[in-house]
Each structure stands twice: as C-alpha cells, then as structure tokens.
Design a protein around this ligand. Sequence first.
Ligand code: AHG
Ligand code: MN
Ligand code: MN
Length: 321
Amino acid sequence: MTSQTPVISSDLIPSELAPIIEALCAVSKDVAKIIAKGSLGQSLAHQVGENSDGDGQKALDVLSDEMFAEALKSTSVRWYASEEQEDAVLLNEAGAYALAIDPLDGSSNIDVNVSIGTIFSIYAAKDEAEASFLRPANEQLAGGYIVYGPATALVVTFGKGTVQFVLNPDSGLFELAEEAMQIPATSKEFAINASNFRHWTKPVSAFIDDCLAGVDGPLEKNYNMRWVGSLVAETHRILTRGGIFLYPRDGRSGYENGRLRMVYECAPMAFLVEQAQGGATDGKTPIMDQAADTLHGRAPLVFGSSELVDRVAAYHDKAGA
Ligand code: AHG
Ligand code: MN
Ligand code: MN
C-alpha cells in the first residue's frame, strides 16, 4: 500500500474488499497529483509503445499501470488483468480476488486538461487467470471508476447501489458524497462519436437521425449532444444527470464489436449503471448477461437513461438486427 493512513473508510464498502479499494484510492491520489501538474510535470502524453489491442500507449498509461499493480501486490488480489498488459499476471498467490483495470481511460485527453479516469472490476479469483475474467459480467463483486476531473471522485458498486466518494483536497480523504446515485429514466442528451456516422448500422443511424430531427421528428424533443472522448467522464455525466452513450459496432475493419473492451470497460460501467437504475446493452442484449471470450475482447456499448436504452433496443428489433 502506498500510504499508512487510510484514505477511505465507509461501512458501505464490504470489509473483505476494503483493503483493495483503499489501495486503489491511495494510488489514485498519486495519479491525480501527477495529472494536476499538467505541463509543469513530467511528459505524460508522449507515446511509449503499443498495447495488445494496437492502441498507442502513452507514458501515463504505463506509469499508472505500474503504480496500481505495485500497490495491489500487498492486497488479496490474486490475478491482475490490465489494458496495458497482454496477459493477466499473478500478484498474490494466496489472494481471493481477480481485478481487471483500465489504469488510464481517455489517454487522448491527457495533455488537454480534460477529465480522464481509472476503471476497475473485481471478481472472485478462480485457479486459472483467464477463467477468472472470461465470465458473465453479472458475477462481478465490484465495479467502479475514479474520475480525475475538476474533482477527483470514486464511484463504485458492490451490487447494492452506486455510491460516490469525492476526494476532499482539504482532508486528503475520499468522503461519502452520494449513497445511491440514480440515473433519470429519460433525458435529452446523447453521446456518440458522430464522425463515424457513415459507418453506423441502420438501427443506430435511425435512432440518431430521430434525435437530430428534434421536436419535428418521432421523438418530439430537441436533443443535445456531448462527446468527451473519455468513457469515465461520459459515465460520470450520465450517472449525474442522465443521457445516453453509444459506442456501437460499425462498418470499419476492427470495429465489428465497437471499440470498448468488455472486461475492464463495458462490464464495470454496466454494473454501475444498472445499480443506478439505468440500462446497459450491446444495442439490445444486456451487457450484464454477457461474457468476454478474450481478455481484451471488445463489445458494442449503449448505456444510460433506461427509456433511451430501451428505445435503441427497439430500433434494433424493428430492423431485425
Ligand atoms: P483508452 O484511452 O483507455 O484507450 O479508452 C479510450 C476510449 C474511451 O474512453 C472513449 O470513449 C473512446 O475510447 C473514444 O474512442 P474514439 O476516439 O474512437 O471516439
Ligand atoms: Mn479506456
Ligand atoms: Mn486506458
């Protein structure tokens, strides 16, 4: 652990997982500090390599991966699976848990002072590393993220609601801010990378066309669009005030299952969103009922206000997609 004094303590955190959450929060304080230095500190956004998915690895991707892995060695995490490492690694032979992590989500926003984050998911460990992660998302024991934004916050679920702790810069502690986040059932805000519109499937195009048609279209409402480019920041906005996020499959080569990875992006976000009364699907089937077939396998992701997520599923049904 990086710090001796606990940085988070709450009876909403199951005691057996508390040391892991403590380690994640302690490291995240250090990561937040590094990020807060911006261009005054070390260079964080230069490319240092490529991960197994073919994404460029930035210095901060690699550094944060090392920081989390090191701190988790002294917890009961047996298997550690990271976006930045090809295979899951053994951290503590005697550990009871398997932790998947996107150490730094939103790498393209590192050098532009826009919110980025860390995403994690915890399962009970099995004997085999891969089997610990390639299983239905509904077997997660915990899912969460830390957002490094104007405020640093931990948003986490253990299956009993979605809880928010905010890092108080005065106390240096993650303090309980919201016991049960609730996503409004509907909203007038959507998030999608519209530059890919020519590659979208029919149901996705039809849904976005109807949003763009506003009050004159079948949805009879004027919609607004937001796109940050950091999944953590999009999720935080939607957990706070509703809306819908889509990273669907599209016609580009390599995007048959969208862009986001099931194990350490889609599954934990779906868990958080469902625990806050929202919906999360691949377009029509709930993410929580699905399992990845490889550690870095992708899944199309649609989540947010339940009425909007249901509507997208209905467009898929109508198109027989
Ligand atoms: P990461 O930085 O961990 O690779 O994840 C970036 C993800 C996600 O945060 C974001 O929603 C999406 O990539 C943006 O992708 P595009 O640049 O394809 O829109
Ligand atoms: Mn990511
Ligand atoms: Mn990442």
